[in-house]
Design a protein around this ligand. Structure first.
Ligand SMILES: [Zn+2]
Length: 433
């Protein structure tokens, strides 16, 4: 039974027009499935402050593989937190960055699927498909006027065909994956996102518009799309790039989406999904201004930040908690190459900046926290230290029960950091301004 436009916990019944992602939502990662309540509390604080933000617990296949965890555990933690906290709003569990080969074990527990087709970008489409696309979309050739974008885009047939050739295969693959999920779960029983962020070059707003036309042709009712934005989105650290350029393109992306919804009949709640890689504080204002100005929605994925708050909480707790935090660093330092490998494209670690483990072993909790907490105003903050720990969660996974027991023993201080970070530093600037 759906009430007030969303589905109640545990029932899994879609509304007649399908499961719907609200205007504002936040993708939170919970690597060890211990922070769902603390994260949910941040969404409750948003509600108290006057804005509804739906939590989406996302965990990628890559994370599950590194941790040896199962998507069902993410669902169980989310359901438990919702029950215990009495959350009555919508919430979702996201199969983040899945493809045909990896989707199977996500089908049952998840109701949000981030269909990752970045690898297919640039794989040439057939000439027939490209020509048919160009013929079908004469409106994309020439002067393309989009309400609220002052300067019309100027394109020609070659440009549109070039973009189609670059993206059609990816969109067709997304269609295959979408239909495979729909066959299993039922149409309208899940939220579909298409992600193209984990690729080398950003997509411009006009490219996004062409991609959306292709997605509509393919019949995928996406509610979120994650393009690659201009600038660097390294894991756990701030945005590196031209903030003004980002703001301009983000605003144009929002306008392109509104236009595509109208023109191509995509779901009216379609919105941008920002895969932040966590902590892109310097672009949060631009995002807030763009959605406020336009009335658009936004989905902010900021997953890895929570795992680092666990370490901050443990260090702050001192004693055995601090010892565990130091051990995580020691092991991460010893296995840096292996840990950095899968994330090579999204980290910039300066090895010379990494403190030696024997130095860290001598630190107080305050020193550890000062180096790790993302506070650029603090001279002791160390970006390389933070990034290495960001990708170092495998070390904690290897500790197994010992790490989990430390989280449980220090639950209050860890939860306080998780909630405060998520609410004050992410939810507030993006959704409340
Ligand atoms: Zn992503």
């Amino acid at each position: 039974m759906a009430i007030g436009g969303f589905v109640l916990e545990g029932e899994g019944q879609a509304m007649s027009d399908g499961l719907r992602l609200p205007r504002f939502s936040v993708g939170v990662g919970d690597r060890f499935a211990h922070q769902a309540k603390a994260q949910l509390r941040a969404c409750m604080m948003a509600g108290d402050a006057g804005v509804q933000v739906a939590p989406v617990w996302n965990k990628s296949n890559r994370e599950h593989v590194i941790l040896g965890s199962e998507p069902g555990a993410t669902r169980a933690a989310a359901d438990r937190a919702v029950r215990e906290m009495g959350w009555t709003g919508p919430y979702f569990v996201d199969a983040d960055h899945i493809g045909l080969k990896t989707m199977a074990r996500f089908l049952e527990p998840c109701d949000f699927f981030t269909i990752d087709v970045a690898e297919e970008i640039g794989r040439p489409a057939t000439a027939r498909d490209v020509d048919a696309f160009a013929k079908r979309h004469a409106e994309l050739v020439g002067e393309v006027r989009i309400p609220s974008i002052a300067q019309p885009f100027r394109t020609d047939a070659d440009f549109v065909k070039g973009v189609a050739n670059k993206f059609l295969t990816a969109v067709q693959t997304a269609g295959l994956i979408y239909r495979a999920i729909a066959e299993n779960k039922g149409v309208g029983r899940f939220v579909a996102e298409v992600s193209m962020d984990e690729t080398d070059s950003p997509q411009t707003p006009v490219e996004l518009l062409i991609i959306l036309a292709a997605i509509a042709d393919e019949g995928i009712p996406i509610q979120t799309i994650a393009p690659k934005f201009t600038g660097r989105f390294n894991k756990g650290v701030d945005y590196v790039g031209d903030v003004a350029q980002f703001a301009k393109e983000f605003g144009e992306d929002v306008a392109a989406i509104a236009f595509a919804v109208e023109r191509y009949g995509l779901p009216e709640n379609l919105k941008l999904s920002v895969h932040s890689g966590s902590d892109k504080f310097s672009i949060y204002r631009a995002i807030h201004e763009a959605v406020t100005r336009s009335g658009a929605g936004v989905h902010l994925k900021t997953a890895g930040t929570t795992w680092l708050e666990e370490l901050i909480g443990l260090a702050e707790a001192g004693g055995g908690g601090l010892e565990i935090a130091k051990e995580v660093y020691r092991e991460a330092y010893a296995h840096a190459e292996e840990l950095m490998g899968p994330y090579a494209a999204v980290i910039d670690i300066d090895r010379a900046e990494l403190p030696l483990p024997q130095v860290v072993d001598g630190w107080t909790g305050e020193q550890y926290v000062a180096a790790l907490r993302h506070d650029r105003a603090n001279a002791a903050y160390n970006q390389s230290f933070r990034q290495l720990l960001h990708v170092g969660f495998k070390v904690a996974a290897k500790m197994g029960e010992r790490y989990l027991r430390a989280l449980e023993a220090n639950e209050a201080v860890v939860a306080r950091n998780v909630t405060r970070n998520l609410f004050e530093r992410h939810i507030r600037p993006v959704f409340l301004g």
